[in-house]
Design a protein around this ligand. Sequence first.
Ligand code: MD3
Ligand code: FE
Length: 256
Amino acid sequence: MIDAHDTTLMLSGGSRRAVDHDNNCYTLVCGDQLCLPAMETDLFQSDKVRQEDVLAIGPGSSYLGGFLVQDAIAVLSAVAQVTALAPFRHLTTPGGQKMSVAMSNCGRLGWVSDHAGYRYQAEDPLSGKPWPSMPALLLDRAQQAAELAGYSDFQPTVCLINRYEVGARMGLHQDRDERNLTAPIVSFSLGIPATFIWGGLQRTDKPRRFLLKHGDAVVWGGQDRLRFHGVAPIKADSHALTGPVRINITFRQTGL
Ligand code: MD3
Ligand code: FE
């Protein structure tokens, strides 16, 4: 594993980062050979994921750049199967604002927001029926990413699917609606890129910014689990597999 969680490391080492000075935004780069793996596990013996492809970005968080690239079409097909049953919709915040991000869910529980608040629930409010089940490919890949990041036995009950069109954003927030804050959150990014804003445990802590690109996975856990975070307004762009859209999938372990 490469460790880039202190800024000095982020700022040194030519091939492992690129900085967009205009946006003060890092592009994280995995796979350089500067840090040799200190340990090996069975997962890393596979030729698909190398240990040096796992970049520690915080004490509890790892970036797996390009983790999903080979499976992107299959993952997007699984998303399309879910959203055929539970269409993307723009939820309303408890404050009455329509969210710019469109959302759907699969799995035992789904995240919803309305005038009454934020919560997880077993039924899609649009249909009154259970959310579509979590496609096996999504569950498998989420568990594999968690394992690679050092979280064994990740059992997500929620898969929240976010669709960003140009201009969509997500304001700085914490994910604290989950019952189990010891489990990590696994996120997958597909389609056009986003500038991710990663703050501290206080809303006013100075955030870091980095680019989340097509195929990237990030596992957020441990001491980083309650960090404030958000997504800057999406810039106009197009991706061969998604068109002018970014899809983000987050896997969460929670009960009701
Ligand atoms: C860091 N989604 O759905 S995923 C969300 O790109 C959300 O759609 C963003 O924030 C998106 O709640 C970011 C990355 C992420 C997810 C959860 C986190 C980062 C996190 C929880 C704690 C710290
Ligand atoms: Fe979040």
